[in-house]
Design a binder for this molecule. Structure first.
Ligand SMILES: [Zn+2]
Length: 182
């Protein structure tokens, strides 16, 4: 199994261990929760602006006494998507749909995170980290190890670069990594 599939599986197992069942995890360009298909997508492409805003958001509203490094922001991005899974039942299909439309047209991250659906996900993530310090560390290590293996993989990086070229050429394709099943 390749390092990307390995990582996806490790995240699914981690979710299962933490009582969040029946969620599939896969890679993509950015972090997203597909509520219709119960899939969490984690982002392979670093968005400096968004990460910077997210760090600022969590410095302001986040877990007290916690200094955040770059990996923390990635882990919080994942936990934000888990937060969507956990708070989904508070919202109607229409509210989720409007949230998705707003996301496509996002100019101001902070405005976006003010949306009730987004706020609920972030509040869930913050509360969870406050009460699950040990589990958070496990997840952090999982990301650190998994991402190191992925970004060290020449074949994977080549596919990411090809995908970026396609996007620059105006093609609208999903970033899915192709790996040998051995
Ligand atoms: Zn969200």
């Amino acid at each position: 199994m390749g390092c990307v599939k390995n990582f996806n599986t490790a995240l699914e197992i981690w979710l299962g261990h933490n009582g969040i069942a029946n969620i599939q995890v896969h890679e993509g360009a950015d972090f997203c929760y597909f509520y219709e298909t119960h899939k969490i997508q984690w982002g392979m492409i670093v968005n400096e602006k968004l990460d910077h805003d997210f760090a600022e958001y969590f410095h302001e509203y986040g877990v007290e006494g916690m200094t955040l490094d770059k990996m923390d922001i990635v882990v919080f991005s994942f936990l934000h998507e888990v937060g969507h899974v956990m708070t989904l039942s508070n919202f109607t299909e229409e509210e989720m749909r409007l949230d998705a439309i707003f996301k496509d047209d996002m100019h101001d991250s902070f405005e976006y995170w003010d949306l009730p659906v987004e706020l609920a996900a972030n509040v869930w993530a913050i509360k969870w980290v406050e009460t699950h310090k040990k589990e958070y560390q496990v997840l952090y290590n999982l990301f650190a190890t998994g991402l190191r293996a992925i970004y060290d993989d020449k074949d994977v990086m080549e596919q990411i670069n090809d995908w970026m070229d396609d996007i620059m050429d105006g093609e609208d394709v999903d970033l899915i990594i192709d790996e040998d099943d051995d």
